[in-house]
Design a protein around this ligand. Structure first.
Ligand code: ZN
Length: 197
């Protein structure tokens, strides 16, 4: 792929951040996809690509409006609709981190105000269930994110974060998973009526 140097640098950095998500256990196998806006389109990870072994060649460009190019992630609709309807979004990360996904399976929102570093998330709601890869899921996510949201859970599925930059979207995913872990610990994790004698 003959890419201009700045695109190569951008995709190189994004690829390294995908490795970090895998190293931290937020993505296993090919259970995640990510995208970065450039001009009238965006780069998105190819179908069945593994974040752990991702390379610059695993990114595919497709337009914000129009048919997808061959080989893109099966969840391209969700990315395309977000880029189309939310002009401030520069990058999207979607994966199935274990704690966040547990809340998504329970259909229970996360409370960003539990931690100072996630306070700006506010309430992270659960987008209504729709089949992975469907247009209905793309709509549910947009409804959930609204005009100002930065993250949401996908019922029975996983989590999604957006950012102006790829690094911001990745950091939000890392913090969202940490928040979900802490919320679980402070609610389900401690036995009721715990006393120290
Ligand atoms: Zn998914």
């Amino acid at each position: 792929m003959a890419l201009k140097p700045f695109l190569l640098t951008m995709l190189d950095q994004a690829t390294e951040l995908c490795h970090r998500l895998a190293a931290h256990g937020l993505v296993v196998a090919s259970d995640g996809n990510a995208s970065i806006r450039t001009g009238s389109g965006f780069y998105i990870t190819r179908t069945r690509s593994e974040f752990e072994n991702l390379t610059v060649d695993d990114w595919r460009w497709m337009p914000v409006v129009g048919a997808p190019t061959t080989g893109v992630s099966s969840e391209w609709r969700m990315h395309q609709v977000i880029f189309h309807q939310l002009p401030q979004v520069g990058a999207i990360v979607h994966c199935h981190p274990p704690y966040a996904t547990s809340f998504a399976v329970r259909g229970e929102a996360l409370d960003g105000t539990l931690l100072t570093e996630t306070a700006d998330f506010g309430k992270i709601a659960v987008a209504a269930f729709a089949a992975p890869g469907s247009g209905a899921l793309a709509k549910a996510v947009i409804d959930d994110l609204g005009a100002t949201g930065s993250a949401c859970l996908l019922q029975q599925h996983g989590a999604l974060t957006i950012g102006q930059t790829f690094q911001e979207a990745v950091q939000r995913m890392e913090r969202l998973e940490r928040l979900a872990m802490v919320q679980w610990l402070v609610t389900a994790g401690f036995p009721a009526h715990q006393t120290h004698e």
